[in-house]
Design a protein around this ligand. Structure first.
Ligand SMILES: Nc1nc2c(ncn2[C@@H]2O[C@H](COP(=O)(O)OP(=O)(O)OP(=O)(O)O)[C@@H](O)[C@H]2O)c(=O)[nH]1
Ligand code: SF4
Ligand SMILES: [Mg+2]
Length: 433
């Protein structure tokens, strides 16, 4: 079953502002549905409310209605944190105010939205109660800050608001993301290897694999989908070798053995790192495994809460391998979803899932935070490929990442020579067993 556009590929549009300014009313007006609860009581929305929709002409979007962030107190602090996280994953920020009201709060919020480098649209709501103040409009014009006047409760001005959103939405939001079609030319063939074992959810195919098929078809390429035990036969049946083999990292080793060296090979998780994260930075971080020492703390993070296969990799396989590799116990902390520690200083390394359910901005914001705090962040597939000694081969389709990998390895070899540490050339094979 092909899925509709997944959450990760939608343009995320966040609504932010004080309590009671009409953020939820605006979401309901634009979607013409009762998505979010509206009331005259300030602080009605407590957790972010998400609504995916096709917003023409922008395309697939995800609206995120947030809690008003002028709260104080313990509960307020939690809300503020969730709203802050929602800013981190927004591609466009809508700053909702009551028409005629603009204070220090709005200044700070605007500055925070801008610090994330996203376009901002000011929604001057409740325009039926008060006209916008002239001084505010002058300021918006001076700062080239787009705004729209509206009355969310009647829908007045919502069409103009939608048009403004289209004007400020990042140009690339209208383009389909390229998953792998740049690696497989029109008329060429890619082979996708998907192990279907007892852990695979029944009747379902992972998001990225579905998107890969669609992407190849959009690029006028062909695609052959096989299970790992069918790969040898499939390759033998092809008259022309495929331009690329992409495999699930779980069966990387077997697939690498079967696929001739002349055929480029990579993993879905490496495609994910390029699509959702920063392949160069996450590759360098995979090599940082070499710096781990017994007793170090490692953070293992997953973007969603419902993937038993990833859970097994994150909780069992990667910890086992890393501990054997460093020759002693490591302390693992596992987190899921948006539950990510603010202080990363205890951790030597962050190992993240592929974040297939997230948009790129959110993953990039997480990577940027790790970099800011000086903690390397890699992903499951990159660590597995590194463990199996096939990361170099798997990076061949991505010259920039390959160069970063070789450089990081050189640096580690130099460090090892200085410290008299062990080799880098004998990757540990125990992860697969
Ligand atoms: N007159 C008028 N009232 C509005 C308008 N938009 C919203 N309201 C009212 O303002 C109140 C708050 O609306 P909400 O949409 O719940 O506001 P919110 O910003 O989501 O509030 P929190 O979730 O508490 O942060 C409700 O009573 C709405 O009916 C508008 O354009 N004009
Ligand atoms: S845990 Fe990560 S990689 Fe797995 S399904 Fe969730 S978002 Fe995707
Ligand atoms: Mg609300």
């Amino acid at each position: 079953m092909l899925r509709a556009t997944s959450k990760g590929f939608r343009l995320h549009i966040g609504f932010f502002g004080r309590r009671n300014v009409g953020k939820s009313s605006l979401l309901n007006a634009i979607t013409q549905q009762k998505v979010s609860i509206v009331s005259e009581v300030a602080g009605t929305t407590t957790d972010p409310v998400e609504k995916p929709m096709e917003l023409l002409p922008i395309g697939p979007v995800l609206f995120v209605d947030t809690a008003g962030v002028d709260d104080v107190g313990a509960l307020g602090a939690q809300r503020i944190e969730k709203t802050r996280q929602a800013i981190g994953r927004s591609d466009v920020g809508v700053l909702v105010t009551e028409s005629g009201v603009w204070g220090e709060f709005e200044d700070k919020l605007l500055a925070e939205l801008r610090s994330h480098g996203i376009p901002v649209l000011v929604a001057l709501n409740k325009a039926d109660l008060r006209r916008p103040a002239a001084e505010h409009l002058i300021r918006f014009a001076q700062e080239k800050l787009p705004y729209a006047e509206l009355v969310a409760t009647t829908g007045e001005g919502v069409d103009a608001f939608r048009a403004k959103l289209w004007e400020i939405a990042p140009a690339e939001s209208a383009e389909s993301p390229v998953v792998l079609r740049d690696l497989v030319g029109p008329g060429e063939t890619a082979v996708l290897v998907m192990p279907i074992d007892k852990e695979a959810p029944k009747g379902r195919i992972k998001n990225l694999q579905v998107q890969s098929i669609r992407d190849l078809l959009d690029g006028e390429a062909s695609c052959m989908v096989v299970k790992d035990d069918g790969l040898k036969k499939a390759l033998g049946n092809l008259k022309t070798p495929p331009s690329l083999v992409v495999t699930d990292a779980q069966v990387f080793e077997q697939v690498a053995r079967i696929t001739p060296d002349s055929v480029p090979l990579t993993a879905f998780s490496i495609l994910l790192s390029r699509l959702k994260g920063d392949l160069v930075a996450q590759t360098r971080a995979a090599v940082a495994v070499e710096t781990l020492q017994p007793g170090d703390q490692v953070l293992v993070a997953e973007s969603c809460t419902h993937h038993p296969v990833e859970e097994d990799i994150g909780r069992v396989k990667i910890p086992r391998w890393l501990q054997q590799y460093v020759g002693g116990e490591l302390k693992f902390t596992h987190v899921k979803g948006r539950d990510f520690p603010q202080d990363l200083s205890p951790y030597k390394l962050v190992i993240h899932c592929g974040a297939c359910m997230w948009n790129r901005r959110e993953m990039l914001s997480r990577i940027a935070e790790c970099e800011r705090q000086g903690v390397p962040i890699t992903n499951y597939g990159l660590v597995i490929a590194y463990a199996l000694g096939i990361l170099e081969r798997a990076l061949e389709p991505f010259p920039e990442a390959l160069a970063a990998y070789k450089e990081a390895q050189r640096e580690q070899v130099e460090l090892a020579a200085v410290d008299g540490l062990s080799c880098l050339s004998e990757p540990c094979m125990s992860l697969v067993n």
